[in-house]
Design a protein around this ligand. Structure first.
Ligand SMILES: [Zn+2]
Length: 476
């Protein structure tokens, strides 16, 4: 309430300036709509990841997103549009003369000048740098969006960094052919290999020798926040600040021929963190589809695996179970009762198919590894009406699957590949940045620590233990 009143007082003088009023009122009205929807989904105001997502989202994806909006959020958004629309319209038509004569507004103007002046003096005295200052100011609504914009710009300004590579790599590559499958919106809570009993979502994977699956923790609740961790092991901001290499950069440096095949749906007219990170060290970068069935990746994968290079890394960026989930599988995969389960079953069938392709293409005695994980999961019923992006425990618990061919099974232990514990099938001990760590191990970057203590696993500064025992929907 205090911050709300402060905000009202601080911005009140803007109402006196007629032309500014016509900019401020509609802007606050629209930004409010964005925030109401964002809070409905994630529980907090729009941030830099919202901006990154908005800029790469295609109209068809926006249309599917609209269909996953919870009823309550739609009602709140309509109430906001009508209520604040009426209020804004009233303010806009108020004659400037009578506003100037209002004693309440006069007091607000004086208070506002005093508070802004105080802020400025405090900042000057403490010698605040821009960021420290902004971190305080973003409590004054809607300055959080300015901070989000600056953070977003910081990523984009440093986008074309040269990654700091580990030189030289510490050992010869223990793996010759690596396939990394980047999943989308798959929650470990619906993986039958990890104990889900509602439908055999992983049936195609069950009897494949050399497969292991565990639960890992996603490190964000949407692609923009979570995917960077799988690529570099760090957030997008930390990646650009530390010039962190992605696993592709390291593999490329280790002499691997690198392929990136993507079926993700995005505007590729502008470079963003993901396009840049996936493309800068790729010998072959192909957008094979735009969010249609992920089977579109199969033939390009087959061709990549036939490439004569002795060491290869192929990255498949799938569209997985991205909402709206009922569009994420072909009609002949509608056997299970639940649409989300069907999409996971379809992804499992493709993983089985791709594992088989990798197995068949591996020369005798040549070690091959397939690694799969999802960027984040989804909010599932009963925490939501349907399946949607947002923050809940099922969003943070994602599957990680590895498949090793017989040649790698024979040599992996001696080469220091980590073994997963039985406990990890029940509860995550690692983040899904494990994907980057596994690939870096596979290409010979043994310097990367592969295991970290379970107590180090945190999400946004909170221990996983606290999250695991909190309410599964609100995480409170
Ligand atoms: Zn995602």
């Amino acid at each position: 309430m205090g911050l709300w009143l402060l905000t009202a007082v601080l911005w009140a003088p803007l109402l006196l300036l007629l032309p500014v009023r016509w900019l401020v009122v509609p802007a606050v009205w629209l930004l409010g709509l964005v925030n109401v929807v964002h809070v409905g989904f994630f529980g907090y105001l729009a941030d830099q990841f919202f901006l990154a997502t908005a800029l790469r989202t295609t109209p068809s994806e926006t249309w599917e997103f609209v269909h996953t909006l919870p009823t309550l959020t739609v009602v709140m958004a309509l109430l906001w549009l009508l209520g604040s629309g009426w209020l804004g319209w009233t303010l806009l038509r108020w004659p400037a003369q009578s506003l100037r004569r209002s004693p309440l507004l006069r007091v607000a103007c004086i208070a506002s000048a005093l508070v802004w002046g105080g802020f400025a003096l405090y900042g000057a005295k403490k010698g605040y740098d821009g960021w420290g200052y902004l971190n305080k100011l973003d409590r004054v609504y809607p300055l959080h969006i300015v901070k989000a914009y600056l953070l977003h710009r910081q990523i984009n300004a440093a986008l074309f960094y040269s990654p700091q590579l580990p030189v030289p790599l510490s050992q010869p590559a223990p793996v010759q052919t690596l396939v990394v499958v980047i999943g989308e919106s798959a929650s470990a809570q619906r993986w039958s290999l990890l104990g889900y009993g509602g439908g055999d979502t992983n049936a195609p994977l069950r009897d494949i020798p050399g497969i292991e699956a565990i639960r890992v923790m996603a490190q964000g609740s949407n692609t923009a926040a979570a995917l960077p961790f799988m690529l570099t092991g760090l957030s997008a901001n930390d990646s650009v600040q530390q010039q962190a290499p992605s696993f592709l950069d390291v593999a490329h440096q280790a002499g691997f021929k690198t392929f990136v095949l993507t079926n993700s749906r995005f505007f590729d007219s502008q470079e963003d963190f993901f396009v840049q990170t996936l493309r800068r060290s790729a010998d072959v970068y192909t957008k094979v589809g735009d969010g249609g069935d992920d089977d579109a990746l199969t033939e390009p994968l087959r061709r990549a695996l036939q490439d004569p290079a002795t060491h290869k890394l192929v990255v498949l960026h799938t569209f997985g179970s991205h909402p709206d989930v009922k569009h994420r599988y072909p009609a002949d995969y509608a056997a299970l009762e639940d649409a989300y389960d069907n999409s996971l079953h379809y992804s499992s069938a493709l993983l089985a198919k791709w594992t088989q392709l990798l197995d068949q293409s591996s020369r005798p005695g040549s070690p091959s590894l397939l690694v799969y994980s999802s960027d984040h999961g989804l909010v599932l019923p009963p925490c939501s009406e349907g399946y949607r992006t947002g923050l809940s425990r099922s969003t943070l618990e994602v599957p990680l699957l590895v498949w090793r061919n017989p040649a790698l099974v024979a040599t992996a232990e001696a080469a220091g590949m980590p073994r997963f514990s039985a406990q990890e099938r029940e509860t995550p001990l690692h983040g899904n940045s494990m994907v980057a760590q596994l690939v870096r191990w596979g290409v010979g970057d043994g310097a990367v620590p592969l295991q970290h203590a379970p107590q180090a696993l945190q999400f946004q500064g909170r221990d996983w233990q606290a999250i695991a025992t909190a309410d599964r929907c609100s995480l409170e």
